[in-house]
Design a protein around this ligand. Sequence first.
Ligand SMILES: [Zn+2]
Length: 87
Amino acid sequence: MVLNCRHVWDRISEYIDGSLSPEVRADVEHHLETCEICSAVLDSTRNVIILMADDRVFELPVDFSRRLHARLALAIAEEAPEQPADG
Ligand SMILES: [Zn+2]
């Protein structure tokens, strides 16, 4: 079976898990050898999985929430200046 890119993307997590049947796995490998797009997708999918599997927690700066809200309030004020009330 000749796979197109969409087929490979649908199977990429199973490919990484090693849960594909040998026949399908061979088809996916053949496609990956010949398709730069899919090998790039495979690389980035692996990277994401490595990041998610990593126990590190990315802590936000202590002040992050307060600054975010201040920033949002400012953006809202700029986007929607107070309208004169009707009546
Ligand atoms: Zn492809």
